[in-house]
Design a binder for this molecule. Structure first.
Ligand code: NAP
Length: 342
């Protein structure tokens, strides 16, 4: 079973499962909405696997019961992924935490389930780039938990932290199934449903392409990973018997300016991509007026601050290697251009 099968990350996971000839129980909010499921149907038609849809909502208790009936493996990817909210408690925290409880209570009542793979995030480990360099050893590892997010500051990160903690608590109270957690950094790469170019992941590329950043890009430290590699890590976490614990799934330590520069070779002539860094002092001055998320605190803790993480566990235990950053960025930008999103 895959919760949130309509999502950007889940799409590539469902594809992989179908290619392997597996029957996928897709638990989604709107099984009849072809704009959301059309790409999954198309893949099912071209692969040996099968897809069956089940209507389920994170906030409706017991609603994943039918979807996971007879399944051995549950991938729980569904969670609201947005930074633009009016009521973070209602729009982020409740669906993330109650949804995790809801899915895992259904798992507890479904004896066929032996393993749950949860899509958490590096956001459950850190809030600001400065947290990564302040971590023991100067980089985040799977031992680190986010202690700096709050309902008022980066509530999405808080939602992922609380949801993952709850998952470990529920997993620790039983021995029917084991929990494996994937913690991706910022995910980019081509979406299988072209409509996903509206997803939060793509907002930064949109700003590179539409001229918003033509005067400069913030050197904001981030981790980056390709959506196809994130799906592969989920698949391996599900099927490799020895996989265990959390996996930081981040391929590259980079920043927004470096990402923009990687696009220059293929797209620099036709799009007003940023070429230089926007100075931190200037951001301090205008940032909070341009975008309320760019508060002084955020700028201080992220701009010109490198992002450091140890990704050796996922490489070693799940035998992962990652696509080059330029491939991820070019493939993403190409889809956005084709879809008229830029
Ligand atoms: P996405 O495309 O927005 O997918 C989110 C999924 O969650 C969608 O399928 C959505 O369903 C579902 N969902 C949201 N609220 C729901 C609710 N109340 N009930 C049922 N389903 C609900 O974003 P994504 O990037 O693929 O995110 C997937 C997972 O990866 C999330 O757990 C996210 O936190 C995590 N993650 C993402 C990134 C990234 O950079 N993209 C990085 C780290 C972790 P609908 O289609 O019906 O809206």
């Amino acid at each position: 079973m895959v919760s949130g099968a309509t999502g950007y990350v889940a799409g590539w996971l469902v594809k992989k499962l179908l290619e392997e000839g597996i029957t996928v129980h897709a638990a989604v909010r709107s099984p009849d909405n072809k704009e959301k499921t059309g790409h999954l149907d198309l893949m099912a038609g071209e692969t040996p696997g099968m897809i069956k849809y089940f209507k389920a909502d994170l906030l409706s208790s017991g609603s994943y019961k039918d979807a996971m009936k007879g399944c051995e493996l549950v991938f729980h990817t569904a969670s609201p992924f947005t930074t633009h909210v009016d009521d973070p408690q209602k729009e982020l925290i409740e669906p993330a935490v109650k949804g995790t409880i809801n899915v895992l209570e259904c798992v507890n009542n479904t004896p066929s389930v032996k393993r749950v793979v949860l899509t958490s995030s590096c956001a459950a480990i850190y809030t600001d780039a400065i947290d990564t360099i302040n971590a023991p050893g100067g980089r985040i590892t799977e031992d680190v938990w986010n202690t700096t997010a709050s309902i008022d500051y980066q509530p999405y990160s808080l939602s992922k932290t609380l949801a993952e903690k709850k998952a470990w608590e529920i997993a620790g109270a039983q021995n029917q199934w084991d929990l494996v957690v994937i913690n991706p950094s910022l995910v980019l790469g081509p979406p299988l449903n072209p409509k996903s170019t509206t997803s939060e992941s793509f907002s930064i590329l949109k700003q590179f392409g539409d001229g918003t950043m033509k005067w400069g890009a913030p050197k904001m430290g981030v981790g980056l990973v390709d959506v196809r590699d994130v799906a592969e890590a989920h698949f391996r976490a599900g099927f490799m018997p020895a996989s265990n614990g959390r996996y930081i799934t981040a391929a590259h330590s980079t920043d927004f300016l470096e990402m923009a520069k990687a696009l220059h070779k293929k797209f620099g002539e036709n799009y007003p991509l940023p070429k230089k860094a926007i100075p931190k002092w200037l951001l301090m001055l205008v940032g909070p007026m341009v975008n309320p998320l760019f508060s002084r605190k955020f700028i201080k803790n992220n701009i010109n601050v490198p992002w450091r993480a140890d990704n050796s566990k996922v490489k070693k235990e799940l035998n992962m290697d990652f696509r080059p950053m330029v491939e991820t960025l070019n493939d993403s930008f190409r889809v956005m251009v084709a879809e008229g999103a830029i």
